[in-house]
Design a protein around this ligand. Structure first.
Ligand SMILES: [Zn+2]
Ligand SMILES: [Zn+2]
Length: 187
């Protein structure tokens, strides 16, 4: 394991959240179209605490996505600044908690704070871990053609290049075909 389990989840959640919206220059992608979609999203990621009740809150969560893309693209100094800003703006106040079958971990906002604020502060806290461990290079953008999805490389040798989508499979198929046609050409 590279980070603690809560940091792992927070980073993967942040990447997945950014990927529910359109990338720069992409026409449209909206996987969080309404409140129902956001509530389903919360269940999928096992969010506890207060649940959003208004479209305004959905909008606030959607607005985090370009910010996350920005953060992923920043260099280390930029990420440091972003982490500090997220923690300050979200008025982070870390405390240890445990709930359900999740062991001791940190919450740094009140459980009844708006979801967008809780997400920002969680990302800020996770960035602290990433930066302290000198692992900022693990926050990557998919190397797939025409794919700008964010990903978190949690592999042992930091070798992951492609998102969870079809890009990895497609790259494998392309490599296989290239190898095969080379073999045919020489053989
Ligand atoms: Zn928790
Ligand atoms: Zn991809």
């Amino acid at each position: 394991m590279v980070f603690t389990p809560d940091t792992d989840v927070t980073l993967r959640h942040a990447a997945a959240l950014a990927n529910t919206g359109p990338a720069l220059g992409e026409e449209r992608r909206e996987e969080l179209p309404d409140l129902a979609a956001l509530l389903a999203w919360m269940d999928r990621w096992e969010w506890t605490g207060r649940r959003p009740t208004s479209e305004a809150e959905v909008d606030a969560v959607r607005r985090l996505r370009p910010r996350l893309r920005e953060i992923w693209a920043l260099d280390e100094d930029g990420k440091v600044e972003a982490a500090n800003a997220l923690l300050e703006q979200g008025r982070a106040l870390p405390r240890l908690v445990r709930h359900g079958d999740v062991g001791w971990h940190v919450h740094a906002t009140r459980d009844d704070a708006p979801l967008a604020q809780r997400i920002s502060v969680e990302v800020g806290m996770a960035l602290v871990d990433v930066i302290r461990a000198d692992e900022t290079e693990r926050l990557k953008v998919c190397a797939g053609e025409d794919c700008e999805d964010l990903l978190v490389d949690l592999s042992k040798n930091r070798s992951r290049k492609f998102c969870d989508g079809t890009c990895g499979t497609r790259a494998n198929v392309a490599a296989y075909r290239a190898r095969k046609s080379r073999d045919t050409a020489t053989g």
